[in-house]
Design a binder for this molecule. Sequence first.
Ligand code: V55
Ligand code: FE
Length: 469
Amino acid sequence: MCDPFVPPDANNVPIDGDGNISAFRIHNGRVDMKIKYIETERYKLERRAGKALFGLYRNPFTHHPCVRAAVDSTANTNLVYWADHLLALKEVALPYAVDPDTLETLGYDPFGGQVKAKTFTAHPKVDPYTNELVVFGYEAKGLATRDIVIYALDKNGKKHDEQWIEAPWCAFIHDCVITQNWIVLVLWPFEASIERMKAGKQHWAWDYNLPATFIVVPRRATTPLPKGWKQGEHRVYSWKNSMLIHTGGAWETGDGKLYFDSSRVHDNAFPFFPPEDGRMPAPNAKVDFVRWEIDLSQPSGSKVADPTIILDVPSEFPRIDERFMTKETNYVFLNVFIPKKSQGDKNIFHGLNGLAMHNHKTGKTQWYYAGDTSLVQEPIFIPRSDDAPEADGWVIAMVERREANRNDLVVLDTKNFETPIAYVQLPMHVKAQIHGNWVSASSLQKRVSLVRQMPEVKISNRGSLEPLT
Ligand code: V55
Ligand code: FE
């Protein structure tokens, strides 16, 4: 979750709070919970000072001069278990590694500088068929640079297939999809500007003239290229101005087409990063969940066709059964707004009060409704067994009981999605989580003592450690 330890700068944005992990361990008929901050350089410096030293999101010009050399990552966006490391991710910097048992912070950049990039996405993708973590980073050579790095980490954390490309503008690139041979980066119509940052304003400004854009890149030098593609080429395709926040399933077909699903907000979903003219998004901006088709025979710069609407309700946090990542999947789980009596309106930041399980083949959707005064967070899928059919298992999600000021963890069996099989009742309220993942006990048992030998996070001696007044 985003959980500022000290009161943040009055002008800072909601996505810049210190990263704090909520971990649930489900074992022998009981559930244990642990909450712990990621002890980032930033968290330690501000905790020691007892006040905010970092100003605006990703704007070093607004930070206290003594902390400008520190790693400016709150590690607050996602947790991914890979190569024996539990990675706490924030796309502005490299991963922090935390101990999966104690949640203690172990170190920064656990993959040891194999790549000369300053950033690492919060949405790397596991290819379960090749056993790789596919990673990208943008603004990868520093603040407001257009450089993008793409690479993969094998099961031992060794890097391969590194490539560098340039974005068409300095865009916000939060999520991506992978197919067997391709990676598609999804660009949001915000632009970074050093001039604006120097003026003490936000890193990002929305631009109503920029389209939602896809950068389509072969994953490897050995990717079989469609007719007309040159070795080392990538292509850029675009649609209309809109914000495709998160992606679902993706796959390729033999005839040079890529398909993938995403949520779609027909406006700026981050009003705290307004356009230069200050225009606010429409109060009831439409949000839906759609399927894109990319025709790789089209030249770079082409427009893509309007997507097919899969679910015409406000939808976010799509998740698939990731054992089938890169192949065509038939099910998606999402966080949705179910109209009923909810107090929420159709704006994405209000009223996501349920979960949906959608079957693409039959078109059938099942709904879990959390109640009129409850909000639901990202669904996490857990397969019933290693070889269970696609989407056979459980879905867990945090439910915020707004009236009681308390949370539940809901457990749904995908065989009967609409009626929960269990609620884990938390005695307290927990702030909205961003992203999370299931890690099986068996995969943790395989973990070697590697991470325990890592050096502790040290507060950088590049910044002052003196108490600041
Ligand atoms: C997002 C969230 C972030 C971030 C960038 O939801 C994008 C999208 C929680 O932090 O830094
Ligand atoms: Fe995200």
